[in-house]
Design a protein around this ligand. Structure first.
Ligand code: AMP
Ligand code: MN
Ligand code: MN
Ligand code: MN
Length: 276
């Protein structure tokens, strides 16, 4: 079977809609041979994912997606091939969960003041990690929005009543936690940040100087031109390339598990040289 990598996915342990076991099963049926589970700020699903893959042809790579801050922007850093037992990483992720809990309380209070009462609809997953996706789902369930997309656009985006910034750690800090856990730090979906090309290049340089190893050259929603832009960034800053769908569940059909374009031949893969 040819190797097929998908190194960015979510489960019910963060804001995905499939449990780790169901996600792994679906990945296997989609022909994925190497799947990284990269839930937001938690490694809680990794054990169940590894158990579900045991005895099959699919390899689960331990991952995480950490929210961080660079020059007032939220930037997502993937940790791939991490040791989930790392004390430094775990202390960092514990702090992330407290930050998330605090932010969700503030978002709900801000919405409450506007007459939007959704607290009773809003339960995060077991283990307590809350994302804005959970709040968006609650807005849909309570009838304040028709879809997740419109819930974000109407209530949660910058400039909207529920927009409440979170105190994420610096990008350098997120990279440090990943390196302590012997993982490879990869800049997630580089073209999704709201910044011009010059700022993006400064971001990638800061990331590389902090010890980042790769960037996501192919992500679920990228087209050929975007892949080439990311491939140039990787070449220019001597970074490895990664491929990941950012799959959250079958309810977001535009991001399909394991269906990314291949990494351009000019880019060194982050899974080469036994790094993962
Ligand atoms: P958080 O990390 O809690 O701020 O939540 C970020 C998550 O919200 C992302 O990982 C996406 O899964 C989701 N998200 C952000 N913007 C949108 C959008 N416009 N439509 C649907 N989901 C979104
Ligand atoms: Mn998400
Ligand atoms: Mn992300
Ligand atoms: Mn993601």
């Amino acid at each position: 079977m040819p190797a097929r990598y998908d190194l960015h996915s979510h489960s019910t342990c963060s804001d995905g809609s499939l449990t780790p076991a169901v996600l792994v099963d679906r990945a296997r049926r989609c022909g994925v041979t190497h799947l990284a589970l990269t839930d937001h700020d938690t490694t809680a699903g990794l054990r169940a994912a590894a158990e579900a893959a045991r005895g099959s042809e699919l390899t689960v790579i331990a991952g995480v997606e950490i929210s961080s801050c660079w020059e007032d922007q939220t930037v997502h850093i993937l940790g791939l091939g991490i040791d989930p037992a790392s004390p430094v990483l775990n202390a960092g992720l514990e702090r992330q969960r407290r930050t998330r809990c605090d932010r969700s309380r503030r978002i709900l209070a801000n919405l409450d003041r506007r007459g939007i009462h959704i607290s009773r609809f809003c339960a995060g997953p077991e283990g307590g990690l809350v994302t804005r996706t959970h709040i968006a789902r609650a807005l849909v369930e309570a009838g304040y929005a028709r879809s997740l997309k419109s819930a974000f656009a109407t209530w949660l985006k910058p400039g909207r009543p529920g927009h409440t910034p979170a105190a994420w750690p610096a990008l350098t800090e997120a990279v440090r936690w990943i390196r302590h856990a012997r993982g490879q730090a990869v800049l997630a979906h580089p073209l999704r940040y709201r910044m011009n090309q010059r700022s993006l290049e400064r971001l990638v340089l800061s990331f590389q100087r902090a010890g980042g190893r790769g960037i996501e050259v192919v992500s679920g929603s990228s087209n050929g031109e975007q892949i080439q832009r990311c491939a140039s960034l990787a070449a220019r800053f001597q970074l490895l390339g990664s491929v990941g769908s950012d799959f959250h569940g079958p309810d977001q059909p535009w991001l399909r598990l394991g269906c990314c374009d291949p990494l351009p031949g000019s880019v060194e893969p982050v899974w080469g040289d036994g790094l993962l």
